[in-house]
Design a protein around this ligand. Structure first.
Ligand code: FAD
Length: 587
């Protein structure tokens, strides 16, 4: 399927060369490729006339007008893709957002359906569900800090006005964000991007090029263009089959078009990362990944009366194991990270915060098929276990890049991958380190025409998406110049070397935690906004972390204890009021 769609695009092994195609498809593609270039040149002449005539306000507007307008493909209409669409259009670019789903909102579009392969371990599984959100999920951050800066999330968009709201409220907020910024019309739903390939435009003439420009000059123009902006990209899409007959397009209806830039916002919580344990293949119980967990007692699966081991004690593992314990016979929450508690009633996630039928254990060492058991790393074991639930995170994947195919199997280390693919214009993801990347966003070889939004984790995502997207939009317009390619490559390599020196595993390369705030401020500084993020965000995030670790079962509802972020909350609401977007507030 992918191969056939890729064949439509320029050959990935021959970047910048047009692929052979039929005369009619060549003509169609040539028309598509020329269109943006012609309109750019005509637009530039008109702008020049305005610049010469303008004064005062008009002069400021003319500076904005002089910026380059690019035709940009955005992959995905989750929160990151919506932020990209907003910032790109605000900067004057022409953005098209391709979304494989039937709705916008990404993971926040709850889907009661689950995949046939409950572990999701098979990378080639036929049935895929994008969202990993479960039925009773409530946010693990207060709405105010989650929200985009340009559209505060201080008020409610459904009848759920809790600070830590349910997933439907977040989805409604994202819908409202799209409407507020008028970006829904940019989104092409049910359209999956299947291949993204660097390509050479047919007519890369500069605006001032004379009609008699020679092929040699054209080559030089093209090289200069690519050096400055990065390559153009051929984006191949295919319609996603729908159950409705009248919309029943087939994969043969796939399209391809050339864009000046591609912004990758495909999300990173859909491809389960499943550890392989001895004994797993013949283990008689049920193994599933949290990606396919929906509710403790539901249509797809019931945990009632079962003996369950949950592996992984990050946000999902902690929440799911407590929810499952409400109907299960017993739940063991296993994690390599658990240190033996000295004092069971204090510290992070205190033991007395767990239900009576729950216990903690070290990481899993093996599954024991003979006893339907689970052996732990400290030598202890649990037998007659019915379910092992892996809350072990996700794999970062970009299946639409040719260089991506089978890379995790083909290469065990990043350096190996880099060495074999040094000329690649798209970065690679090895053990969830996407590299090389400058500041987690731009590949040094192909930025700004290729960029990634949403790779960092353990962050407050939406406002960071907004800052990354603004930087991308401004880099593409020329308003925010990137360092030279060599400089970006050396800074990306230095960051990677620093990680290695500090013993940071590749899979943690994009984990930020408290480092996110300095990073966010850097992003805004690159955009020419040196004042950075308002400080209430950091204060609210920090207060939430403390509350969550101390009161894991009640931190969302408070206030048994004071919320301890009252000042930050007041500032958040004042900021929203100043934007005149605060109609009602919740507490
Ligand atoms: P997604 O929301 O995954 O969107 C990606 C989009 O790209 C999807 O719509 C997908 O269909 C589309 N797509 C993918 N590939 C293609 C393709 N080839 N062609 C076309 N379209 C494509 N964040 C918080 O701030 N607070 C929380 O409380 C919180 N809780 C979470 C709980 C869970 C269980 C999970 C999984 C995540 C949670 N997050 C939370 C993080 C959440 O992922 C981010 O908030 C954010 O929504 C991610 O947005 P995204 O756009 O990067 O990815």
């Amino acid at each position: 399927m992918l191969a056939s769609a890729r064949a439509l695009c320029a050959s990935p092994s021959r970047p910048f060369l047009s692929a052979p195609r039929s005369a009619s498809s060549r003509a169609t593609l040539a028309r598509r490729r020329r269109a943006p270039l012609l309109s750019f040149a005509a637009g530039a002449r008109a702008r020049l006339a305005r610049v010469m005539a303008s004064t005062g306000e008009e002069a400021i507007q003319s500076v904005v007008d002089r910026r380059r307008r690019a035709r940009v493909a955005v992959i995905g209409a989750g929160a990151a893709g919506l932020a990209a669409a907003r910032e790109l259009t605000r900067e004057g670019h022409d953005a098209v957002v391709f979304e494989q789903g039937a709705e916008l909102g990404g993971v926040w579009v709850y889907d009661a359906d689950v995949e046939d392969d409950l572990t999701g371990a098979d990378a080639n599984r036929e049935k895929r569900v994008h969202s990993s959100v479960y039925k009773n999920l409530r946010t693990n951050l207060p709405r105010e800090v989650m929200g985009f800066g340009s559209f505060p999330f201080t008020r409610a968009f459904t009848d759920d006005n809790r600070r830590f709201c349910g997933h439907e409220e977040v989805r409604a907020y994202l819908d409202a964000y799209a409407d507020h910024h008028d970006i829904r019309k940019r989104v092409r739903l049910r359209t999956r991007v299947v291949a993204v390939t660097p390509t050479r435009s047919e007519s890369p003439k500069s605006e001032n090029a004379s009609p008699r420009t020679s092929p040699k000059d054209e080559d030089e123009d093209e090289r200069a263009y690519v050096e400055k902006w990065g390559p153009r990209w051929c984006v191949a899409t295919e319609p996603v089959e729908t159950t409705r007959k009248e919309e029943g397009k087939t994969k043969e209806d796939g399209e391809e078009s050339v864009f000046d830039a591609v912004v990758v916002c495909n999300g990173h919580y859909s491809e389960p990362r499943v550890p392989r344990f001895p004994g797993a293949e013949t283990w008689p119980g049920t193994q599933m990944h949290s990606h396919n967990y929906r509710e403790p007692e539901g249509r797809a699966f019931s945990f009632r009366g079962k003996r369950v081991v949950v592996l992984g004690a990050a946000a999902s593992g902690e929440d799911l194991s407590r929810e499952i314990a409400s109907v299960a016979a017993e739940v063991t929450l296993a994690s390599r990270g658990f240190a033996p508690p000295k004092d069971a009633s204090s510290g992070d996630f205190p033991l007395d915060s767990y239900p009576r039928n729950m216990r903690r254990a070290p990481g899993i060492a093996a599954l024991l098929p003979e006893t339907s058991g689970v052996a732990f790393e400290d030598g202890s074991a649990r037998h007659d276990v019915d379910v092992v639930l892996y809350a072990t995170g996700y794999r970062v994947t970009f299946p639409f890049f040719a260089s991506f195919d089978g890379e995790e199997e083909a290469s065990n280390s990043l350096s190996e991958a880099s060495a074999s693919d040094s000329a690649s214009l798209a970065p690679r993801s090895v053990d969830n380190r996407v590299a090389p990347l400058f500041e987690h966003v731009f590949p040094p070889a192909s930025g700004p025409s290729l960029s990634f939004i949403g790779l960092p984790w353990k962050v407050v995502p939406f406002p960071q998406f907004e800052a990354q997207a603004r930087w991308v939009a401004r880099a593409l317009s020329g308003a925010a110049a990137l360092p030279g390619r060599a400089e970006m490559a050396s800074r990306a390599a230095a960051a990677e070397a620093a990680d290695r020196g500090a013993g940071v595993a590749d899979r943690h390369a994009h984990r930020m935690g408290n480092a996110q705030f300095a990073y966010n401020d850097r992003l805004l500084a690159y955009c020419g906004e040196p004042s950075g993020f308002p400080k209430w965000r950091e204060a609210m995030y920090a207060a939430t972390g403390v509350r969550k670790r101390a009161f894991p079962t009640s931190y969302r509802d408070g206030p048994d204890e004071p919320w301890s972020d009252e000042d930050a909350l007041a500032e958040a609401r004042a900021e929203a009021a100043a934007l005149e977007l605060e109609r009602s507030s919740s507490a």
